[in-house]
Design a protein around this ligand. Structure first.
Ligand code: ADP
Length: 415
């Protein structure tokens, strides 16, 4: 549902207290925590935006204001500086940068909401316990998401916090798209396809609806290509299928995750290599993907710059998997009208976009090379049957909008 231009009108009309201070957004990843601070109404540009990266290695804080100018930078010793410490540091930095203005709420990206949470919610202690049970389903992210929430609850117990789930957007998928071909008792106990990157898809599809409303209502695949990578098939702006499944390890090849793999291979690795669950987890989440195949790096920029044939093969496999999965989602949609690229690789790597588009030529996608090189918003030719787009994602803004809505009106918002 869309919010009216000024959510304060909604809160006033309902007799609810408006949020009278800025909203902080915390997006805790495996080795970094991104954050942003928005005015109470979720404006497009945050007051400032920053991150602490390389947690565990060489933690470094960097913050920029709304004009992109640096306003804070600091390095920290790696030892003892975990996600909780980093979150506390972020809170201190925000307090200092706001010069006495009080934050009214914190919104978090939480990767897994399970079957229970299909919309953003205000966090309470019972809910934290429930979300803790989902850690095994997203071991790279869920512990960090929860650590950030707990660190803020300890430092500021009365500050309202809202969880926004990466799985929630996919709850609109038809039952078949969520079903594994496993015995029913497993499905009944929650073993189903959940899908992830939902906040990104929700934001990008809302931007597509602003840019090209007719396209947004049609059969669209959004390619979220970052360190984590997935595709989502949408019809009328709602998720109908995605490449990620029960965990965020499924689907596309990623920076360090293998994506879809023959399930029998995992059994073989247990039998022949004596691997246990933790060994397999490390293999499929942290040692595979672009890093595993290249033997060089999980970072696309490094691989593009490398003369090593293994780097080229890793990129070729990454693209090949994307092309195959786009065709699979086109099957789920009954055709394809638009393909949208987003996230670090999708927004910045023209070569990956060109290679994916070449693999989708048979579907009717004709790329305009000049537009692609300049990362124009629409990068297909005027007469392309399938249009192609580059739309930068903004998960933080989506979280800020949801947080404002949950705490003021209870309405789930669009940016
Ligand atoms: P995440 O948020 O999942 O950690 P990002 O969306 O930031 O990841 O994407 C990171 C990926 O984007 C890395 O592989 C990085 O190399 C790639 N990337 C970022 N900028 C560029 C660029 N200019 N050209 C090519 N790849 C890029």
């Amino acid at each position: 549902m869309s919010l009216p231009d000024d959510p304060a009108d909604v809160t006033a009309a309902r007799g609810l207290a408006p949020l009278n201070g800025p909203i902080a957004v915390v997006n805790a990843g495996s080795s970094s925590i991104k954050f942003a601070v928005y005015e109470a109404l979720c404006r497009e540009t945050p007051l400032f935006r920053g991150q602490i990266e390389s947690i565990g290695l060489a933690p470094r804080l960097a913050v920029a204001n709304s004009g992109g100018e640096p306003v804070a930078e600091q390095s920290f010793p790696a030892e003892g500086f975990d996600h909780r410490a980093a979150t506390r540091q972020i809170l201190l930095t925000i307090v200092a940068l706001l010069h006495g203005t009080k934050v009214s709420a914190v919104g978090h990206r939480v990767v897994h909401g399970g079957a229970e949470y299909a919309a953003p919610v205000r966090i309470d202690p019972d809910m934290l316990t429930a979300l803790g049970r989902l850690v095994r389903l997203a071991p790279l992210h869920q512990p960090q998401n929860l650590a950030a929430i707990e660190a803020i609850a300890e430092a500021a117990p009365h500050l309202p916090q809202v969880a926004c789930f990466d799985t929630a957007f996919h709850r609109s998928q038809p039952p078949l798209a969520q079903l594994f071909a496993l015995p029913r008792r497993f499905t009944a106990s929650g073993l189903r396809r959940y899908g992830f990157h939902g906040l990104s898809y929700e934001y990008v599809s809302s931007r597509l609806a602003e840019l090209a409303p007719d396209v947004a209502r049609a059969r669209v695949v959004i390619a979220h290509l970052g360190n984590g990578a997935s595709l989502c098939a949408l019809r009328d702006g709602r998720s109908v299928a995605s490449t990620m499944g029960f965990t965020a390890a499924d689907g596309l090849m990623m920076g360090t995750r293998c994506g879809t793999i023959d399930p029998g291979l995992l059994v073989y690795l247990m039998d022949e290599y004596g691997m246990d669950a933790r060994n397999l987890e490390d293999l499929i989440y942290r040692q595979s993907g672009l890093l595993g195949v290249s033997g060089i790096s999980s970072d696309m920029r490094t691989l593009r710059a490398s003369p090593d044939p293994s780097a080229a093969e890793a990129i070729a496999l990454f693209v090949y998997r994307i092309v195959r999965e786009i065709a699979s989602l086109a099957g789920a949609l009954g055709g394809l009208d638009a393909l949208v690229f987003t996230a670090g690789i999708g927004e910045n790597d023209a070569a990956t976009r060109a290679e994916v588009a070449a693999g989708c030529r048979w579907l009717g996608l004709a790329l305009d090379d000049a537009r692609n090189e300049s990362a124009a918003t629409r990068i297909s030719t005027e007469d392309s049957a399938v249009s192609a787009w580059v739309i930068p994602t903004d998960e933080e803004r989506m979280i800020a909008c949801h947080t404002a809505s949950v705490l003021t009106s209870g309405i789930v918002s669009s940016p």
